[in-house]
Structure formats: C-alpha cells, structure tokens
Design a protein around this ligand. Sequence first.
Ligand code: KIV
Ligand code: NA
Length: 275
Amino acid sequence: MKKVTDFQQMKQAKEKIAMVTAYDFPQAKLAEQAEVDLLLVGDSLGMVVLGYDSTVPVTLNDMVHHTKAVKRGANHTFIVADLPFMTYHTSKVEAMKSAAMLMQEGGAHAVKVEGGGEVIETIRALTTAGVPVMGHLGLTPQTAGVLGGYKVQGKTAEAATSLVEEAKKCEEAGAFALVLECIPQQLGQIVTESISIPTIGIGAGSGTDGQVLVLHDLVNFGVDRVAKFVKQYSNVNHTIETGIREYIKDVKQGTFPDDHYSFTMNEAELDLLYG
Ligand code: KIV
Ligand code: NA
C-alpha cells in the first residue's frame, strides 16, 4: 500500500498519480484490482449514489458508512475520505472528532477538506494531531452556494494569484496533497510548480501531478449529464439497463428460468410425494 511519502516521491519523479472515487465494496474492489494509486470516498456520493442535488446533505454518518464498505473492498489501498459539509468549520475540536470518526470507525488513512482561508488553521490542527490531510481548492462543491454554482474558478489574474497563495498556505499548514478542481490548465500548472506537495487535478488540465475522477462519471454509471472535464471510458448504464431489459423479457415470455437454472427432484421421491 502506498503512503503519503510515496505520493510526494511520485511528484519528484514526475510519475503521475491516478486517483478515483469509490463508495462501496464492489467499486473499491474493482479499483484496487485495477491498481489505482489511491481512493477517494468523496462526498460526491451524495449526488452519484444517494441522489441529492448537491453534497451539502451528506452527513458524517453517511461518510463513515461508505468508508467502511470501501475499506472492506480495498484493504491494500490508501483511502482518503471527505469531511462533509459543516463537520470541520465550527471548531478545531469538532474537525478532529469528525476526522477521528472517518479514520477510527471508517478506516480511512487521510481526510480531505475543502477551501483555504479559515480552513488553513484547521488543516494545521489536524496534521499536528496526526491526521494526514488533503486540501481542495478551486471549485469547492460544499460552498457552491456561495460561489454561485459550479463554475470554473481562478480565471482572472487576481483570483489566480490568490489561489496560488492559498495553495502555498495549505502546504505550509501540513497538507500532504492538494486537489485542484475546475480551474484553467495554466493555473493548474502554475500551482503545481509553486508547491512541493502533489496536486491532483479534476478539470485542472494535464499539468498537475495527478488526476481524479468520480467513478460514476468515468464509467457512465447512473449519471445523465457530465462536466466538460469528464472523459467517459465505459458505459455501465448501457450494460446494466440492457441486462435488466433482457431479464424482464425472459420472465414475461417464460423463457427464464429454464432447466439449466432449475433444481430437480428424483423420480423416486416424486412418486412418494404424489403417492
Ligand atoms: O467528492 C468528490 O468526489 C471530490 C472529487 C471531485 C475531488 O471531492
Ligand atoms: Na468532495
């Protein structure tokens, strides 16, 4: 299993880091078999597996529940779990208790927090207490309500400058890596060159040290619309829907189950049964 220091060495060696989300046992098992570098139990689970229209309704208990399932499926992979909305903002003590839940109960190796500003001191408190922390800047979905929706961030020189500053502060506060979401590719590259911890981009171009995608987006599973930065590598929707349709057809026609899928009682027992 990789460790935080391995990700830092990968950056130095210019070896790209591949991260994907997982929310349950089979997803985690498949991602581990595919040899992903690290897994994210993202609070995106609120949207892609629980059907909410944002990540805001996701609770700490939801995150613990899903992290435990992921852990059972991927026991040899580094697991990062998102601290969900409003579980790390009211105090550092609360942030530490929330992180402890994800690590001790859930089995995560690290937590991810969104934002700079006030969150920087929380990153410092968590890392000081022994919690590996991944930062997350750019488009931060938990604050989409304040940002005015899901839009590209850091497009002006001023916004870009402040994002670079926040990235440096995340590193200085002890973050071991940083997610950069939905920013211009040039800024992704600039941030990556400005800090010594690895950057993991999503919609941040190819200049970052690694990439992350939401699993359901990348395999087209249960999603109907995806962002511009999502590349879909397979079509699970089609596979699942076709399977279900064919099953329904067979049931309606009485062609499933045939003898192959049925159990048989021997003649002697049948005679006894009918007397
Ligand atoms: O929740 C999530 O899936 C994330 C990634 C998009 C980085 O935070
Ligand atoms: Na998230």
